[in-house]
Design a protein around this ligand. Structure first.
Ligand SMILES: NC(=O)c1ccc[n+]([C@@H]2O[C@H](COP(=O)([O-])OP(=O)(O)OC[C@H]3O[C@@H](n4cnc5c(N)ncnc54)[C@H](OP(=O)(O)O)[C@@H]3O)[C@@H](O)[C@H]2O)c1
Length: 372
């Protein structure tokens, strides 16, 4: 691989980024076609499921100049008929001489088959360039494909002393306007937003994406509510498409309890219970089956603790406000029974971003045995 290979791959990754939050259940993908002279003759981005894949856009832009050219692609081309025809065949048909890609597509429908089609047709294939960058860009898609469940980000806003509400349960607004706007950006990248029923009863959130510009995708708005206590008039029920308001109840809840929820158009998912509460793994499986790939868990502390205890958190995103409220009874960002220090959930390197007067701290959860 050469330095120009890296330059074109960086450009492809930059193009892919334009699809952030728009492509689910598909990954973000960018493509660049480069003629033997070194001139870029076509670029493409995958902008939404059902729309052309990035390589098809780029090949279209290149036209006959794709013959003998190199194609830089941020993910393996598909080899199956999905919402659109297989891309690997189109690449061969266009006469591309060499394909450079960072990664094999973890989607079992692709998983090496796209490269196989290319190689068999005599196209040179180079895999591995900027693999780490490409995997991070599509971390949600990769986790979802590997785990066969959505990628889970735990998101909260807390005071410097770790409280997500005061002793009265008030939590509006801990952070400033810019942090709240950033939180809506996080929502725009998710396919579902999950809260506990206590948060629904106390805060009555809408769980919608509210950005300066209208957002074309609407995440599911989900309440964890074992006993079916969600009021049919709760704001998240009517804040968008009623069917995308989901109440996850225990399987023992009598039908008359959930009938009023169904009557306002909500989707009720009956879940088995674990320790008397909605089984989170089951619910994530149900959401995955509805094409949810990325989930934002927005509290409260009990729900955060439950996801962590179930080993179902991949990433945390915590806004930290320059505020102290104290109070033994005020909820903290992770409730539950707590852990011994030696059993704490370990996080990878913290990314710290100032957002207005607040800061956003993000990190991935580290799995596997603890290092000595
Ligand atoms: N600052 C922030 O970012 C932020 C965000 C959200 C909330 N808050 C604040 O947090 C407070 C509420 O937090 P909270 O911890 O008391 O309650 P919570 O986490 O919102 O809700 C907990 C309830 O969810 C239900 N639930 C269903 N399945 C569950 C499961 N598998 N695991 C855990 N819970 C499950 C349980 O009730 P059932 O057993 O009846 O189902 C449980 O009691 C409020 O004061 C709110 O203002 C702050």
């Amino acid at each position: 691989m050469t330095s120009s290979d890296e330059r074109f791959m960086r450009r492809a990754l930059e193009l892919a980024e334009r699809g952030r939050g728009l492509t689910s259940p598909n990954p973000m993908v960018g493509a660049v076609v480069v003629a033997p002279s070194g001139a870029v003759v076509g670029e493409g981005v995958h902008m939404k499921a059902g729309a052309p894949h990035a390589e098809i856009e780029a090949l279209r832009a290149a036209g006959p100049r794709a013959r003998g050219a190199m194609l830089y692609l941020t993910l393996e081309p598909c080899a199956h008929q999905g919402r659109t025809p297989p891309c690997a065949t189109a690449i061969v048909g266009a006469g591309v001489a060499r394909v450079v890609a960072p990664l094999v597509d973890p989607n079992p429908l692709v998983a090496g088959r796209g490269f196989e089609v290319l190689r068999r047709a005599g196209v040179e294939v180079a895999v591995g360039l900027l693999a780490e960058e490409a995997a991070l860009q599509n971390r949600v898609f990769f986790t979802a494909m590997r785990e066969r469940r959505p990628h889970v980000t735990l998101k909260a806003a807390m005071t410097l002393d770790g409280k997500i509400a005061d002793t009265q349960g008030a939590s509006r607004w801990i952070t400033g306007e810019r942090a709240r706007a950033r939180a809506h950006r996080l929502r725009s990248e998710a396919d579902a937003i999950i809260v506990g029923v206590t948060t629904v009863l106390r805060d009555d959130p809408e769980l919608t994406v509210r950005l300066d510009e209208p957002w074309p995708r609407e995440p599911y708005r989900v309440a964890l509510d074992t006993e079916g206590r969600t009021p049919p008039g709760a704001r998240f029920m009517s804040a968008g498409d009623p069917a995308r308001a989901v109440v996850a109840v225990g399987d023992g809840v009598p039908e008359e309890r959930v009938r009023p929820l169904r009557a306002v158009g909500a989707t009720v998912i009956r879940c088995p219970t674990r320790d008397g509460r909605v089984d989170l793994g089951f619910l994530l499986g149900e959401l995955f089956a509805r094409e949810v790939r990325g989930v934002l868990v927005e509290g409260g502390g009990e729900v955060h603790a439950a996801f962590l205890d179930a080993g179902l958190v991949d990433r945390v995103a915590v806004f930290l406000a320059p505020l102290l409220v104290g109070g033994r009874a005020a909820p903290s960002v992770v409730g539950g029974a707590g852990r011994e220090l030696k059993n704490g959930v370990r996080l990878g390197p913290l990314t710290v971003t100032p957002v207005g007067d607040d800061i956003l701290v993000e990190a991935d959860v580290i799995r596997g045995p603890r290092e000595a």
